[in-house]
Design a protein around this ligand. Structure first.
Ligand code: NDP
Length: 283
């Protein structure tokens, strides 16, 4: 059996195209150009790449971006000040602080300082609380993007066994809540889970977000399952690998995302989605 390839690149492209239309309408009807500010402290090469990709995608969709680049040794207070200024700026609808920041900066305090109405990353406790309570609000881009991907598969999620490997605040936990909201029966696995394979092998939907290259092998997958690989792992030869052993898994799964070209493009497209929603809320 060879799984259907879930083409995140193509799904994200369509989402960005739709967003461009919404942005054009927002501009012509309300004179509002969605604005996203990205705060980058220091010059971590991986962060630089992410920020560049975000900019390119925003530009294509007609979203204005502003970079706040701060030196590696910027104090915590200065970063807080930068966030405060963006909170007060009516041209900025979404604020994203590229994490992790250098050691002297308290990431948690910075996230908590972002105006929840501009929290397009969905990391603020208010956003996370709303998600938990089933109230509308910003949802972290990666899990929200994955839900969008699943929706393109024309699959009824109700009653499906969903297993999420990973319990981080930015992927695993919100992913589990979103699947629960759609009436899946959800299991969350983590590093202390005993017999991971016993759980993964009964998943109709398996989301791998552990950050461990190739840890999900074919024998851990239920035949016909939908496998979403969130992991981005840099290998010794410089290539990228997911958490799923793609070559083996594609022979067992019903549908599977590749790495790269799966979840990654959806994360960025969903950031744009959230930014446009933040701008719309001010119309
Ligand atoms: P974290 O390191 O914050 O969380 C990893 C989670 O995986 C933890 O909950 C950890 O458990 C669990 N875990 C680690 N090892 C195992 C194991 N052997 N068995 C079961 N569970 C395990 O990572 P993130 O959630 O931030 O990211 C996960 C992966 O997704 C990374 O590779 C990251 O690069 C990628 N990523 C990709 C994105 C994209 O757009 N494609 C966006 C965001 C992340 P415990 O809590 O017990 O420590």
């Amino acid at each position: 059996m060879t799984a259907e390839l879930i083409d995140g690149k193509a799904i994200a492209k369509q989402l960005r195209r739709d967003l461009k239309q919404e942005v054009d309408e927002l501009k012509s009807a309300h004179g509002i150009t969605p604005g996203l500010a990205v705060v980058l402290v220091g010059s971590d090469p991986a962060s630089e790449v992410y920020v560049r990709n975000k900019h390119r995608a925003c530009e294509k969709a007609g979203i204005m971006t502003r970079d706040i680049r701060l030196d590696e040794d910027t104090s915590h207070e200065e970063v807080m000040q930068a966030v405060q200024q963006l909170n007060d700026d009516p041209l900025i609808h979404g604020i994203l602080v590229q994490l992790p920041t250098p050691d002297q900066v308290d990431d948690e305090a910075i996230i908590n300082a972002i105006d929840p109405n501009k929290d397009v990353d969905g990391f603020h406790p208010v956003s996370m609380g709303r998600l938990l309570a089933g109230q509308p609000g910003f949802v972290a881009c990666t899990p929200k993007g994955i839900m969008h991907m699943l929706d393109t598969l024309d699959m009824d999620l109700t009653g499906k066994e969903a297993v999420v490997v990973g319990r981080s605040n930015i992927v695993g936990k919100p992913q589990a809540l979103l699947l629960l909201e759609r009436h899946c029966t959800v299991t969350i696995c983590h590093s202390r889970t005993k017999d991971l394979a016993a759980h993964t092998s009964r998943a109709d939907i398996l989301v791998a977000a552990a950050g461990r290259a190739h840890m999900i092998t074919a024998d851990m997958i239920k035949p016909g399952a939908t496998v979403i690989d969130v992991g981005i792992n840099r290998m010794e030869d410089g290539s990228l690998a997911g958490d799923v052993d793609f070559e083996g898994a594609k022979e067992v799964a019903g549908a599977i995302t590749p790495v790269p070209g799966g979840v990654g493009p959806m994360t960025i497209a969903t950031l744009l989605r959230n930014t446009v929603d933040a701008a719309k809320a001010t119309a």
